[in-house]
Ligand binder design. Structure first.
Ligand code: PMP
Ligand code: GLU
Length: 429
């Protein structure tokens, strides 16, 4: 007789494993526990500690125990509205801001609430498409090219929209981008905004890495399409607080109905975001010279590492442009294809698996980001270093001086070793 408790999973979710970013982290930790030396370039987690004034604010608010309003703590909504204006020239009211337990959850709820296709470029962050799948939405992956820094082209967006001009759609634009670190020139943002406006596409501008643009020059597409852009951000990347789980959406006034609809679902599911975290977040979003200094040094360090590692990849005959933000590199190992095939490596998945086995360097395959499996791209998160130590060292070096490879050797020895091992492995093929 059939077991009464037979497995009966929602068809959309059948066969789905854990998210690639979290799976690689857990696998790396398991290997470390077993005594292997692993270089954790898989999960994209900020290497820097949460700035001290924010940690102190959390200490001071540990007693906050009440459920907060579904949309967020009003003082925090206000702090974020002011922050938006100060940092991104984005005018909004506190009521336009929705706080959630991570921007990931908010992006998911938006996809649940808004009935439309999802448009994303390949490569894109690992979770957008699985979220669409969970709620049963169509995904339109738009191909991009390495020689165009993997950027979404306005013409391609137009081409998709023209096939059915009134179809409801959400397009997600993430810049500086995960997995590439590249961002968009203003003229390109403006053109994308025009297309989105012409077809009534809702743009989600995922700016979670905005404040770690390496030159501090991030500009939001909301400047060009204010009425249709939802700006997504949070504390996970620039404030080193991924595990605190606090994200935010800023809506245009015209989309208040969408904010309200998401808040209804939030009220029936997670209720509200953690109170102590929201109280502490006020300090993170308010003007604070210590946090500014922290940001300045975070960017300087990430920019230096990117430069040194790009040089190392180029020395390995891998053609790659310098990223402009975040902490990712997206190299293509295609120059080694012939040699790799001799070892039975035909896909980015096999490539990452073999590199992890042979060198202990953990990265993610391009296929997790929507690239064709046979393309030999990988994502490297260059975060396996002691961020607190690096900040302290950078703080002692005059800002007008450039940090260099000596800084790298002394402060990021694991990154240096990981790249040496990778280079040796490739050279021995
Ligand atoms: N967008 C991108 C591009 C990301 O890399 C991440 C990963 N942290 C998120 C959104 C979600 O961030 P969080 O939920 O921590 O706010
Ligand atoms: N966004 C991070 C990454 O791409 C990790 C966190 C997550 O995926 O939720 O690696």
């Amino acid at each position: 007789m059939r077991d009464k408790l037979h497995i009966n999973i929602n068809l959309n979710i059948r066969g789905m494993g854990p998210s690639a970013t979290l799976a690689i982290n857990e696998m790396s930790n398991r290997m470390i526990k077993e005594g292997r030396e692993v270089f954790k370039l898989g999960l994209g987690q900020s290497p820097f500690p949460v700035p001290e004034p924010v940690v102190e604010a959390l200490r001071q608010n540990a007693h906050q125990k009440e459920y907060l309003p579904v949309k967020g703590l009003p003082e925090l909504q206000e702090a974020i509205a002011n922050f938006n204006l100060r940092k991104h020239n984005l005018r909004c009211t506190p009521e336009d801001v929705l706080i959630g337990p991570g921007s990931k959850e908010l992006i998911f709820l938006l996809q649940l609430v808004y009935y439309g296709d999802l448009i994303i470029p390949t490569p894109s962050w690992v979770s957008y498409s699985p979220q669409a799948r969970i709620v049963g939405r169509n995904v339109n992956w738009i191909p991009t090219k390495a020689d165009n820094n993997w950027r979404l082209s306005p013409d391609m967006l137009e081409m998709i929209c023209r096939t059915d001009p009134t179809r409801p759609r959400i397009a997600i634009l993430n810049y500086p981008a995960n997995p590439t670190g590249y961002t968009y020139p203003l003229e390109r943002l403006e053109r994308l905004a025009h297309v989105a406006r012409r077809y009534g596409v809702i743009l989600v501008s995922d700016e979670i890495y905005g404040l770690i643009h390496h030159n501090g020059k991030h500009v939001s597409v909301a400047n060009y399409y204010p009425e249709g852009t939802i700006v997504s951000s949070g504390m996970s990347k620039w404030c080193g607080a991924g595990g605190w789980r606090l994200g935010c959406f800023t809506f245009p006034a015209k989309l208040r109905w969408l904010l309200d609809a998401i808040a209804s679902v939030a009220s029936e599911t997670y209720t509200a975001t953690s109170s102590p975290i929201q109280y502490a977040a006020i300090t993170a979003f308010e003007e604070n010279s210590e946090i500014e200094n922290y940001l300045l040094h975070s960017r300087r360090i990430l920019k230096t590492i990117a430069k040194v590692l790009v040089d190392k990849l180029r020395n390995m005959e891998i053609d790659i442009q310098l990223p402009q933000g975040a902490f990712y590199l997206f190299p293509d190992f295609n120059p080694y294809r012939g040699k790799l095939e001799k070892y039975g490596i035909y896909t980015s998945g096999e490539l990452c698996k073999r590199i992890l086995e042979k060198t202990g360097v953990a990265m993610l395959p391009g296929s997790d980001f929507g690239r064709p499996p046979e393309e030999l791209t990988t994502r490297i998160s260059y975060v396996d270093f002691d961020g607190a130590n690096a900040l302290e060292t950078s703080g002692k070096i005059p800002v007008e001086k450039e940090l260099n490879s000596t800084f790298m050797k002394e402060n990021c020895p694991k990154l240096v070793k990981a790249f040496d091992l990778l280079g040796d492995w490739l050279a021995a093929l």
